[in-house]
Design a protein around this ligand. Structure first.
Ligand code: 5GP
Ligand code: MN
Length: 350
């Protein structure tokens, strides 16, 4: 069973699907090399909620199960699984209700990730930290310096025999490298990364086609939503080199919001010369039976200006130094108030 995080991005999709293809390949090799061994293991990728349509083309995406849409079947698979591989996250919370179900199944768990491990994250809420299962995994492949989970997947399954790499696996890995580095515009200065890319190209990756499939297939609604957000909803706090964009559920619905439509929006204010921090808040309506809506918050920054402590201490999240996320259950006004009360503490004075 392969899990990746909620609101899957290109790295989540790429790392989980690459592992899926690879596991199936290993299974089929066992079958073909040893006539008397019958390996019948099934391999399944389950994501907590829908992924953006611009990943539908990825090899294997059509076989992914979406937990929110198919809970019964997913619960059955999770309960029966005899190995879990978790990619691109390290906190069971990041796979929603499936986290508890995975922990309830005592079988081995392998972690493949490039985020800072929970154990070393600071949190205001000490009780919550104490409740978190430490070392819930049995084997870890974690490098917080890696550009992406896909880079770690490459090192695990392909680095030793790059010439044996199948095009579909290479394509999945390339997609994660490309999306997690903003098409190689950040977190992408190591020469080693370009050696990996060269191997992926040799394995048959069509890099320009992948770029087109991911970044040039948006709807006109999405384009107008971005225009509206930048024109009408971006606040700039010039003395703090900070920008904030908020979008309520009503506003998103007006533009027929689809998963993935806001992808990249939080990075845009950083294109302004003297904006070094950008925060984006998006409201998700309260689920039936729950009283409060959820505000998803994305943080981005440039250079030596960490945002992960802010995300972790104020919005129960975390992440990388320059790209973090968190959440608040309540109203958009509450989230903005908390943001305005807290930025002074977490923003570096230049
Ligand atoms: P995004 O803004 O793209 O949703 O998230 C950016 C990064 O922040 C992710 O790659 C992930 O590292 C981190 N992140 C986002 N949301 C959360 C969260 O709720 N908890 C933690 N620990 N990290 C998060
Ligand atoms: Mn990632």
């Amino acid at each position: 069973m392969i899990f990746t995080h909620m609101a899957p991005d290109g790295d989540a999709m790429g790392s989980s699907l690459a592992m899926w293809h690879w596991c199936k390949e290993q299974r089929d090799n066992v079958q073909s090399t040893k006539d008397n061994v019958q390996c019948t293991k099934e391999v399944t990728v389950i994501v907590p909620n829908a992924f953006p349509a611009f990943f539908n083309w990825m090899p294997g995406a059509d076989k992914i199960l979406v937990y929110e849409k198919n809970q019964m079947k997913c619960n059955e698979i999770i309960a029966k699984a005899d190995l879990f591989i978790c990619t691109d996250f390290n906190d069971p919370k990041r796979i929603g209700p499936m986290g508890e179900k995975m922990l309830a199944n005592g079988c081995p768990k392998i972690l493949i990730d490039h985020h800072i491990l929970v154990e070393s994250q600071k949190s205001k809420d000490r009780d919550e930290v104490a409740q978190r299962p430490k070392e819930w995994y049995d084997e870890k492949h974690v490098d917080s310096g890696a550009s992406s989970a896909c880079e770690i997947v490459y090192k695990l399954i392909a680095a030793e025999r790059p010439l044996a790499l199948k095009a579909e696996i290479a394509t999945c890995i390339y997609t994660g490298l490309m999306t997690d580095t903003g098409n190689f515009s950040y977190n992408s200065t190591s020469a080693e990364l370009y050696d990996i890319i060269a191997s992926l190209l040799r394995a048959g990756v069509q890099k320009d086609a992948i770029y087109d499939a991911v970044f040039n297939q948006y709807s006109s609604d999405r384009m107008r939503l971005i225009g509206y957000a930048l024109h009408r909803k971006m606040r700039i706090y010039p003395e703090h080199h900070l920008a904030l964009i908020t979008l309520t559920a009503d506003e998103l619905e007006r533009y027929h919001h689809q998963p993935g439509d806001c992808e990249g929006l939080v990075n845009m204010p950083l294109q302004i010369g003297d904006v070094f921090y950008s925060v984006f808040m998006r409201e998700e309506r309260a689920k039936p039976g729950t009283p409060k809506s959820r505000i998803r918050i994305s943080f981005r920054s440039q250079g030596d200006r960490p945002v992960n402590v802010w995300a972790s201490e104020v919005f129960r999240g975390g992440g990388h130094m320059n790209a973090s996320g968190g959440e608040l259950f309540g109203s958009m006004d509450q989230a903005v108030r908390l943001f305005e009360q807290s930025y002074g503490k977490y923003i570096k004075k230049d």
